[in-house]
Design a protein. Structure first.
Length: 191
């Protein structure tokens, strides 16, 4: 990990702690007691320059310090998808994302609809299985990963005071110069 990545991680971690501390201070003043939540999500994981996008699925959970500010963690994984496939060779990939984010929700007045933004750090890991159709000695499996800034923007809807659904566009750290983004739909329950 180079110095720029370490600096970005330190900056994001410090920002998360600062937002959390300020939100906790505000919550005590306004009487908001905070609210944990957890849920599941499905979607599409899309690295650049691959033949097929992968189907993604995962879990997420968080804590709202105020009605607007919170923190969220997620784990997302994918099925195997084709990076490329021709008569001579084939490569399949799968991905895993581990993330920690600060969140901000804006509730539209007089509706159950809200906009959500999140920014934080994530580890993005891509596993690749390469198959040479003519020389099996060339077959290989390897993994590449990177940790860096990640986030997303989306819309949510409060079905009840204790259950919500969300649709989000997400961006993840680049891996070996491959930009990776995705779209997810999730549902979570508040405790």
């Amino acid at each position: 990990m180079n110095n720029l990545q370490k600096s970005l991680i330190a900056l994001v971690a410090g920002s998360l702690l600062s937002v959390s501390a300020q939100a906790a201070l505000f919550s005590g003043v306004a009487g908001y007691t905070g609210q944990p939540y957890s849920g599941v999500k499905v979607g599409q994981y899309s690295p650049d320059d691959v033949d097929d996008d992968a189907f993604s699925y995962g879990v997420y959970g968080g804590y709202k310090f105020t009605p607007e500010f919170g923190v969220e963690a997620e784990y997302l994984t994918t099925n195997d998808a084709d990076a490329f496939d021709d008569e001579f060779e084939k490569a399949e990939y799968s991905g895993d994302v581990y993330g920690l984010y600060a969140t901000y929700d804006y509730v539209f007045p007089n509706t159950a609809l809200y906009a959500k933004g999140r920014l934080g750090i994530a580890k993005n890991e891509i596993d690749v299985d390469y198959t040479d159709n003519f020389d099996t000695r060339e077959n290989d499996s390897f993994s590449e990963s990177d940790t860096g800034v990640a986030g997303g923007l989306g819309l949510g809807y409060n079905l009840t005071p204790m259950a919500s659904i969300e649709a989000m566009y997400n961006f993840y750290p680049s891996v070996e110069d491959l930009d990776v983004d995705g779209i997810t739909v999730g549902a979570h329950f508040k405790f």
